[in-house]
Design a protein around this ligand. Structure first.
Ligand SMILES: Nc1ncnc2c1ncn2[C@@H]1O[C@H](COP(=O)(O)OP(=O)(O)OP(=O)(O)O)[C@@H](O)[C@H]1O
Length: 346
């Protein structure tokens, strides 16, 4: 079996909650008890509703966010017990991050050349001449014409800016790249180009990729494995090619059923009420307040992960009452519509 590139163990992230801009004594549970393993060259996609912790999980994986408790191992080494300089070196060389909006992620006052040289200078990579060569190489890698090297981000198109952000993330030869909504700020016409570029780079460089998006269709296309999150928790990991039909967690099925154009035209699985507060998540399974299958057992405890019967499939889910393997969406919609869900939230 391949050694993991990254391993999260029981990672929690909490933040002080704010009310009217002021910090309160409450804690927001942005990530709860996350266990996840990523192998070299693998792509995982993270899906879930807004605020469910996708970005937090991505930042923890890439070593940008320190978990409040729990561990992150990168190449078998605990990232957060390393001395700072060592961790920065491991993170710098190990992982790059591409954000949603390249116009805010790039320093507007620096030329493309300076933006791409910066990580090489900070990590003292090679001689000045070698750094210049590397800048040229990075621009070629992401399909940016060399004439743009002296341009400022404001002089580039949205797609070109995102290419600069990708080149910068690749500057130190990372083995992992995290792309957090990398195309949502771009025109539809350039989205496919950027996604194809990421897929191409992943193949050519053997990168592991963590892909975060609200666009479930794209996540499925880009990923080997899909991680479903709900209210800070990972509730299912499914192989991307069977996530539509074989996922077992009711929330994964509901989420995918609500994606236009993905499945046969059909009403989505109806869910009761809104997502509860991340400050006071429900006891037991956090999805139980909206789930048509929930009962007292779901309020009492969060189930452990169940591995799918197909050994080595990488499919696992946390649910007391999973959807039957192969159960159709039509059946689930009917079942959910016929069931009243208890409304209390904790
Ligand atoms: N610095 C912070 N301080 C307080 N709360 C935070 C902070 N960062 C994130 N949160 C909260 O943590 C939870 C998870 O946020 P996160 O950004 O990870 O979710 P997300 O799924 O990526 O959301 P979106 O899809 O809207 O980007 C949310 O309730 C969010 O409000």
């Amino acid at each position: 079996m391949t050694d993991p590139l990254i391993q999260l163990k029981h990672a929690h992230v909490t933040h002080r909650a704010r009310s009217g801009g002021l910090l309160t004594r409450d804690r927001v549970h942005a990530l709860t008890d996350a266990d996840l393993t990523l192998t070299p060259g693998e792509t995982i996609g993270i899906v879930g509703e807004s605020g469910c912790g996708k970005s937090t999980l991505a930042k923890v994986l890439v070593g940008v966010q320190r978990p409040t408790t729990g561990t992150v191992e990168f190449d078998g080494q605990n990232l957060w017990t390393m001395p700072n300089a060592e961790r920065r070196a491991a993170i710098g060389t190990g992982a790059g991050m591409i954000f949603q909006d390249p116009s805010t992620a790039l320093n507007r006052r620096l030329t493309v050349r300076r933006i791409l040289r910066d990580p090489l200078d900070v990590h003292r990579r090679g001689t000045p001449a070698e750094r210049e060569d590397r800048v040229r190489e990075l621009m070629n890698l992401v399909g940016l014409p060399q004439v743009l090297a002296d341009g400022l981000p404001g002089q580039l198109s949205g797609g070109q800016r995102q290419r600069v952000a990708i080149a910068r993330a690749l500057a130190l030869n990372p083995r992992l790249v995290v792309a957090d909504e990398p195309t949502s700020a771009l025109d539809v016409s350039v989205r496919a180009q950027i996604l194809n570029l990421l897929l191409d780079l992943k193949e050519r460089l053997g990168l592991a990729l963590v892909f975060v998006s609200h666009d479930i269709q794209t996540v499925r296309r880009m990923s080997d494995r899909v991680v479903t999150m709900y209210l800070g928790r990972i509730v299912e990991e499914s192989p991307a090619d069977t996530v539509l039909t074989r996922s077992r967690h009711p929330y994964t099925r509901a989420l995918f059923s609500a994606t236009p154009g993905l499945l046969d035209p059909i009403d989505p699985i109806p869910l009761a009420g809104p997502v509860p507060s991340a400050t006071r998540p429900p006891s037991g399974c956090p999805f139980r307040t909206r789930c048509w299958k929930a009962d007292a057992e779901c309020a009492a405890s969060m189930p452990d992960f169940t591995e799918s019967a197909a050994e080595g499939s990488g499919h696992r889910f946390r649910c007391h009452h999973p959807v039957d393997d192969g159960q159709s969406l039509h059946e689930l919609v009917t079942q959910a519509a016929a069931t009243a869900v208890p409304q209390e939230s904790s």
